[in-house]
Design a protein around this ligand. Structure first.
Ligand code: DON
Length: 309
């Protein structure tokens, strides 16, 4: 069973929106602080091409941490799996997404997984190309293909705002460089990473990207395998174990679908073999996940029994 009714989806949005008042927009990246905490939108993209949506669907969001799933897929397509996982682990942390704590206590100092900032910085470091611009264009072309929109670009203001203020991520980079996990210029890596996080799209496009992961990397429109199946599976597994950071366990129990959140308030869901979900609701809970977005997914999962467990 699935939700194909716009009217029903609208009702879920109205119900979930009530939670937004209990959340807070992220402002540690100053440009994100301008978002309206009461916005909430959702799109569900089915493999047969139908897309049902509700809420403020014209709003664009920056991907932020959602981009970590996409950069991981790209890097796994460009490099040997063992090479990538020689530098970043596969285990959840139970710590906040930007924590440096485990890096110091683990030996060797490799980040525990690619969904926390430390691990994502290593993955972005592994994107191939001759310079930052070339590497960014490779990633952007991949995103355009997944979202099926050649016009996707970045929000320059958000990218600059994060680049100018992201001292904690710089600290993670320097730590990783000291321990020889990465070997590039930190400012160049920050430039690439903040552009990656500032790629913007609306919830309809986000739902399409989720649908490609749900279909194990195959684009049902063109029949093309955009991501090899085994890589799409790895990405979805990380979405289940680490996609909602240190709320991933509770999310798996209550909702039970592979999902990835970002501090802009986005959530990308991939219901295996069924559909992709794109949500935008910028008011966050204390762990950095969209508070109304999670409520919306709870309502959908309960109503349509979406849990894969
Ligand atoms: O690196 C950062 O802090 C942000 N660009 C992304 C963090 C993020 O989205 C965490 N999400 N919940």
């Amino acid at each position: 069973m699935a939700c194909r009714s716009k009217k029903e989806l609208k009702m879920f949005v109205e119900e979930a929106k009530k939670c937004a008042a209990f959340g807070k927009v992220a402002d540690y990246i100053p440009a994100l602080g301008k978002a309206n905490p009461n916005d909430l939108s959702i799109a569900i993209h089915y493999p047969d091409g139908e897309c049902v949506s509700a809420g403020d669907i014209d709003r664009k969001i920056t991907l932020q941490s959602i981009s970590k799933v996409i950069s991981l897929a790209l890097v796994l397509m460009e490099r040997e799996t063992d090479e990538v996982f020689g530098k970043v682990g596969m285990e959840p942390t139970g710590d906040p997404f930007n924590s440096i704590a485990k890096l110091e206590t683990m030996a060797p100092a490799k980040p525990l997984n690619p969904m926390i900032n430390a691990g994502a910085l290593v993955v972005t470091h592994l994107i191939q190309g001759s310079n930052v611009e070339d590497r960014f264009q490779r990633l952007l072309s991949f995103v355009k293909e997944l979202a099926n929109n050649p016009d996707i670009c970045i929000d320059e203001e958000v990218a600059k705002s994060e680049f100018d203020t992201s001292q904690l991520n710089r600290a993670l980079c320097y730590f990783l460089k000291q321990h020889r996990v990465i070997d590039e210029d930190v400012e160049e890596l920050m430039d690439l990473y903040t552009k990656q996080c500032a790629i913007e799209m609306n919830c309809l496009e986000l739902a399409r990207v989720g649908m490609i992961f749900a279909m194990n990397g195959r684009d049902p429109d063109s029949g093309k395998q955009l991501i090899p199946e085994h890589i799409a599976r790895i990405c979805k597994t990380f979405m289940v174990t680490c996609g909602m950071y240190n709320a991933s366990g509770e999310f798996a129990i209550k909702i039970g679908i592979p999902a990835k959140s970002g501090v802009s308030g986005g959530i990308m869901g991939a219901v295996p073999q069924k559909f992709g979900i794109g949500i935008f609701g910028p008011a966050l809970d204390e762990k950095g996940n969209s508070i109304a977005g999670i409520k919306l997914l709870e309502l959908l999962s309960e109503t349509y029994q979406l849990s894969m467990f």
